[in-house]
Design a protein around this ligand. Structure first.
Ligand code: AMP
Length: 400
């Protein structure tokens, strides 16, 4: 897939609308606790300013209910943007109301306007054409740089693209980088290509597992989802997280792996507790004899060693999903050790999913990874082999 990028179209001196993903975590006082998503958008914004554009930025933040809610205002984001860009950022009081319309009309070359939270308007999540047209009417060029929401058919992501001709809409640098990394990795991986998949449930990642199985040389499965596979093999998993209704799917996946000669790795031992609790008593046990009433909450030391060895010689590693309940220190060790192992590998290392990005950050391995995706849901849909609605309209169609 090749996207039309901001560099492929004429933007100099024009009014540009950039859909960003400024949906950042904030504490109870409204302070931004992690501004990675804002920083990731700077390249595209600066490129537009350097090309004398008048720049209109738009994003959602949190889940307001289609009307103004002070809790979700973009005011703190405007402030942080101002600090990072070292330029004034004007914030409009509404999204498509009189204030936004007036400020966007008056916006001059080199100036930056941030619209209020897109989800203060009901039309945003409804992919409403009328709302999209009002946004589109503010600018001559549309840029999507919001990878994190590109899997959503929302007005500022999908409907809006219908109001711009092909030479007036494109992907920003961040969106293009995200899509390229996943697309190139999945279509043309340097082998051996190993997927490390974890997280809570098989159901959330079933399609991704099936799609990846067609592409990888090895699949390493940890986290809660491993127990459905282990139970399917007849192991004694105690009270661990199991989706009984997915046991036939788990068997089918393992059978398919065998047919394709994909080496399929599961944990051989686990850290167990009777409850998911920071003060719980823990024991190590093999996955063949987890006592009744105990749950596997992290991979054990033998599994860490097994997975480390399985990762030897990898040329491409794709990691999505923690190996245990990493939010609690006691059950975070397995995820951290796998993070360190992946970080030290010479492979191309791609990390997807919010939780996994968090693990890597906490393990202090972020700088060692080749690429950490900013969007959890969107990256999962790419792994499932789907075309994201927000990306489809920006694709350069092959001549036939
Ligand atoms: P996901 O959103 O599917 O990637 O799952 C991430 C969540 O899986 C994290 O919140 C982890 O706490 C949870 N998780 C990982 N391992 C386990 C496990 N063994 N049992 C229960 N939950 C787990």
């Amino acid at each position: 897939m090749t996207l039309r990028t901001i560099k492929d179209i004429e933007i100099a001196g024009k009014k540009v609308f950039i859909r960003c993903d400024f949906n950042v975590p904030q504490d109870e006082f409204g302070n931004i606790t992690d501004d990675r998503r804002i920083r990731s958008a700077l390249a595209t914004i600066n490129y537009c300013v350097d090309h004398n554009c008048a720049v209109i930025l738009a994003s959602h933040n949190g889940r307001p209910k289609g009307e103004f809610d002070a809790k979700y205002t973009l005011a703190p984001i405007a402030k942080r943007l101002q600090t990072l860009l070292k330029r004034d950022v004007i914030l409009s009081a509404d999204v498509i109301g009189a204030d936004a319309a007036g400020k966007s009309k008056a916006l001059k070359s080199g100036e930056i306007l941030l619209l209020e939270n897109l989800r203060f308007e009901k039309g945003e999540t409804k992919n409403d054409d009328e709302f999209a047209k009002k946004l589109a009417d503010m600018a001559e060029i549309y840029i999507n740089d919001a990878f994190g929401v590109s899997h959503r058919a929302h007005a500022s992501v999908e409907a809006i693209t219908n109001f711009f001709a092909d030479d007036s809409k494109a992907a920003g640098f961040l969106l293009n980088k995200e899509i390229n990394f996943f697309d190139r990795t999945l279509q043309h991986p340097t082998r051996p290509f190993i997927a490390v998949i974890g997280g809570s449930k098989v159901s959330g990642k079933l399609q991704a597992l099936e799609n990846l199985l067609q592409k990888v040389d090895k699949m390493i499965v940890g986290g809660g989802m491993a127990f459905t596979f282990l139970k399917a093999l007849g192991e004694q998993v105690g009270d661990s997280l199991v989706e009984d209704e997915l046991i036939p799917d788990a068997l089918r996946i393992m059978d398919e792996a065998k047919k394709r000669n994909v080496k399929f790795y599961l944990p051989v031992d686990v850290v167990c507790a009777q409850s998911i609790d920071a003060n719980a008593v823990t024991i190590y046990t093999t996955t063949k004899e987890i006592p009744f009433g105990w749950k596997g909450l992290d991979i054990g030391p033998a599994t860490t060693r097994l997975f480390r060895e399985a990762l030897d010689g990898a040329q491409t590693i794709l990691w999505n999903g923690p190996m245990g309940v990493f939010e609690i220190d006691k059950f975070a060790k397995g995820s951290f050790k796998i993070s360190h192992r992946i970080a030290e590998s010479h492979a191309t290392k791609i990390v997807g999913g919010g939780d996994t990005a968090d693990v890597v950050q906490r393990a202090d391995d972020a700088d060692e990874m080749t690429f950490i995706s900013t969007g959890g849901g969107a990256s999962l849909e790419l792994l499932e082999g789907k075309i994201l609605p927000g990306v489809k309209a920006l694709e350069i169609k092959e001549e036939v």
